[in-house]
Design a protein around this ligand. Structure first.
Ligand code: C2E
Ligand code: MG
Ligand code: MG
Ligand code: MG
Length: 283
């Protein structure tokens, strides 16, 4: 945006704008070299069945191990990355890494067959002409069934061409990959996308969960979302559960999955497997 404006004929050139252009160019070149140096990695945050108190899966969350700045939060770069072509190679590298993690744990007998790792997929990735083919070849490379993966999308992903997105989702679902609608409730037309996208799960956004125990309106909205999702036979995740009181409130339902700091933070993959996956069989 700053780049485009900088070319506007009536735009007065300001030092502040130049600084912003420089920042974005720097970010872009940092992303390119970090991709080549494999500095994008992922953490895993456990997904828990609140009622059974058991692990059902995990979400892979991208991390940037920046050469100068250390580990950078996605909030600082994901918007930029998602608007750049680089989201495609970076996203595929991450999917490859996740599948490699699953493969090596399967080989050690440490990956429960019913478990899935969720990967966030952004709009640009889905519209890549060969998105489905690329996903399937990663599965093939590691000899994995689609049933070890879930893809998280947001309603924004379907904005441009709903039919194309639905078609790709169905092809991937035929291979066993399931879909979750992420950040549910924060978009402009969440219900309409819930109706049109063949998702298996909704993730209720943290902003609705934050005040469920103190704000009756938020509680009413979450209760309604849960009712709709149940009627549609969808799995339900409450995102960003931080307090016992929130978990207590949610436990009035017997079918809620939770993800949040109350249970655990996103962890380095080795820590996740150490703490949550079955131990390697002793010989
Ligand atoms: P998201 O997919 O909705 O992921 C949930 C975010 O909430 C994660 O932030 C997670 O660390 C954070 N979170 C989980 N539990 C709690 C909690 O109890 N309290 C608080 N305050 N936060 C909690 P993170 O890892 O910083 O990721 C932020 C966003 O960046 C993600 O939101 C997702 O939209 C995006 N993102 C992350 N990884 C990827 C990726 O591989 N690809 C794409 N396209 N986007 C990604
Ligand atoms: Mg997500
Ligand atoms: Mg979310
Ligand atoms: Mg998000």
């Amino acid at each position: 945006e700053a780049k485009r404006r900088a070319h506007g004929s009536l735009q007065v050139f300001e030092p502040k704008m130049a600084a912003e252009v420089n920042r974005l160019l720097q970010l872009e070149s940092d992303i390119r070299s970090s991709y080549q140096e494999h500095r994008f990695t992922f953490h895993l945050q456990p997904l828990i069945d609140l009622h059974a108190r058991s692990l059902v899966g995990a979400e892979a969350l991208i991390r940037w191990n920046h050469p100068m700045r250390g580990v950078v939060s996605p909030y600082e770069f994901i918007g930029f990355l998602e608007n750049s072509e680089m989201i495609n190679p970076v996203g595929m590298q991450l999917l490859d890494d996740v599948c490699q993690f699953i493969r090596s744990h399967k080989e050690q007998g440490r990956f429960p067959p019913e478990m899935r790792i969720a990967v966030n997929i952004s709009e640009r990735q889905i519209y890549d002409a060969d998105f489905v083919g690329k996903c399937l070849s990663v599965l093939q490379k590691y000899k994995l069934p689609g049933s070890c993966l879930e893809f998280e999308i947001t309603e924004g992903a379907a904005l441009h061409n709903l039919d194309e997105v639905v078609d790709k989702m169905r092809k991937l679902q035929n291979e066993g990959i399931t879909f979750a609608l992420d950040d549910f409730g924060t978009g402009y037309s969440s219900l309409s996308y819930l109706k049109r996208l063949p998702v298996n799960k909704v993730k209720i956004d943290k902003s609705f969960i934050d005040d469920i125990t103190i704000d009756p309106q938020d509680a009413a909205m979450v209760a309604s979302i849960i009712a709709i999702a149940r009627n549609m036979n969808l799995l339900i995740v409450a995102e960003g559960v931080e307090t016992d009181a929130q978990a207590q409130w949610l436990s009035q339902y017997d079918d809620i999955l939770i993800q949040g700091y109350l249970f655990d933070k996103p962890l380095q993959p080795e820590v996740f497997s150490q703490n949550y996956l079955p131990k390697p069989p002793a010989y």
